[in-house]
Design a binder for this molecule. Sequence first.
Ligand code: NAD
Length: 245
Amino acid sequence: MLDKKVAIVTGGTRGIGLETVRVFKENNAEVILFGSKEESVSNAINLLKSEGIEVTGYYPNLNNYFEIESTLKEIIKKYGHIDILVNNAGISAKESIENTTSEDFAKIIDLNVQAVFNMTKAVVPYMKENKSGVILNTSSMVSIYGQPSGVGYPASKFAVNGITKSLARELAPFNIRVNAVAPGIIKTDMVALLPEEVIAPLIKSIPLGRIGKPRDIANAFLFLASDLASYITGEVLSVDGAARS
Ligand code: NAD
């Protein structure tokens, strides 16, 4: 489904991002994963290699626009074009507002919003030159319902939806589609570590009766990245088993 496409996946070293790398590779894309550190990037590359999957990886500081620009120049030199960007790197928050400092709040916005802006701004000129491109953002079900603590996280994901819907309109004349996926509760490292007594009521609250798998989200990214979604832009696709918490 992604034959000859070149895709960058931020936060591609584990969880949803790593599974998206796998699914894109299974569909014949060239994939470049981004992570936060040299060690996690090389661990992910080696893990994938042990599964027979070859990818390259980089770890630019996503809050440093010039680092991103020079990384993209290297990628263009190597692959010639960038067709798909998945803005997936993100962090969450759970604390009450009293226990959240303005630095805590800024840290979430820096990665979940500013880095999405930086990556997108840096990639768009290459996509415009190519007269096509797909930008996919990782939102969350909290961007629809909010959450009862950790206000920075839903604030950041509401912003991601705003970026998605606005840039879809701005970039449509250049044949660049912009969509987001809003995952529900997905079994990544964070959720996998929760004790059974926390997991059981979570599952009960999900109408489809199970927690989501990283592959559920990766498949949604695959669909939106592919030509099957060629008339879809500006959408925030919920992939949450109808969870409403
Ligand atoms: P994860 O913690 O397993 O992975 C996060 C990824 O982001 C890692 O690859 C990490 O290297 C990268 N990252 C973290 N800090 C970074 C930084 N400062 N600079 C660059 N990269 C950094 O998380 P996940 O559950 O796979 O989440 C991926 C995305 O999905 C996030 O945007 C998250 O908000 C969203 N999401 C997850 C869930 C869920 O239940 N897991 C639900 C809704 C939305």
